[in-house]
Write a protein that binds this ligand. Structure first.
Ligand SMILES: [Zn+2]
Length: 301
């Protein structure tokens, strides 16, 4: 069973990328068939205002619920997540999201994400939502970046102190990390700017990502997008050691954002090659491409 933990079905173009081919539900299903992927977690987008890039508002299925309903029509292939903005419902750290979360579960959702917002990971409104997701056994998948304005991911400083605080404040919730701010932490960071980027070269010692994965069993890592692929491949020897140590915590994903050929992602081919070459065992491969996701989603075929 191969599960893409990170897929979209909406128009993710920006005014500066109108030459790209926008995603549709048909394009998502065709890609899964073409790449030999059994199922995909469909993450509806956008929910937070920082993620609105305008062209999507004019495409098909511009909102979270329409994307969930369209995915629920393909229960053999798609596993929808719900999505929300932690400022919904009155912009309060005590807002009750249970009614919404229960409706998402009724629609077939198995988690929440990808959660964004130009807010710190340990903002009380974020903690409030993540705790409530844990009460309903809904894993939460985050977009993550460094500090500053103009970003749609949850923000943090080098070393991920705010993500660590969230992990401590919501210990009963499965948290799936994703994005530059999460993966740059595979090695020590030189400054805040590096956390929103794609550091290259040797990983070195002292990355906070490894420390958090070793310390918090509820933390999983979504290897999708260039952020995940770069982290695993920038230092082949240390990258392989990371993959083997955390083979029970890594989740294969693509975060394919466009329907054109250049939108395809290399993660699955990379893992297949690694298994064929004997770098990882068949068991490690099976866990990363789908077994761990089945566990996180409490999902059995
Ligand atoms: Zn995404």
């Amino acid at each position: 069973m191969i599960i893409d933990i990170h897929a979209h079905c909406c128009d993710l173009r920006t005014p500066g990328s109108m030459d790209r081919v926008p995603l549709t539900m048909d394009a998502l299903l065709a890609r899964l068939n073409d790449e030999g992927i059994d199922r995909a977690v469909m993450l509806p987008w956008p929910a937070c205002p920082e993620a609105v890039t305008f062209p999507g508002l004019f495409g098909d299925m511009p909102d979270v619920v329409s994307q969930i309903r369209a995915s629920a029509a393909h229960p053999d292939r798609l596993i929808p997540f719900g999505n929300l903005d932690v400022r919904w419902g009155g912009n309060s750290a005590s807002a009750d999201f249970r009614w919404l979360l229960e409706r998402y579960v009724d629609l077939g959702c198995r988690g929440i994400g990808e959660l964004g917002g130009n807010l710190p990971f340990d903002d009380p409104r974020v903690v409030n939502v993540v705790r409530q997701c844990g009460e309903l056994d809904l894993p939460v998948l985050f977009e993550s970046c460094g500090p500053g304005e103009g970003k749609y991911g949850l923000i943090d400083e080098p070393g991920s102190p705010r993500l660590e605080r969230l992990l401590q404040l919501a210990p009963n919730t499965t948290i799936i990390g994703h994005g530059p701010g999460f993966w740059a932490e595979i090695g020590p960071l030189l400054g805040p700017e590096a956390k929103s980027g794609y550091p290259t070269g040797p990983i070195g010692d002292g990355g906070s990502l490894q420390r958090l994965l070793r310390t918090y069993p509820g933390l999983f890592a979504d290897i999708s997008a260039y952020s995940g692929f770069n982290a695993l491949t920038r230092d082949p020897q240390r990258g392989l050691a990371f993959i083997k140590e955390f083979s029970d915590r890594l989740l294969f994903g693509t975060d394919t954002c466009f329907a054109d050929a250049e939108g395809r992602m290399p993660q699955l081919g990379f893992l297949k090659d690694l298994a064929l070459a004997g770098g990882i065992t068949d068991e490690e491969y099976a866990a990363i491409v789908g077994g761990n996701a089945e566990r996180v989603l409490a999902f059995k075929a």
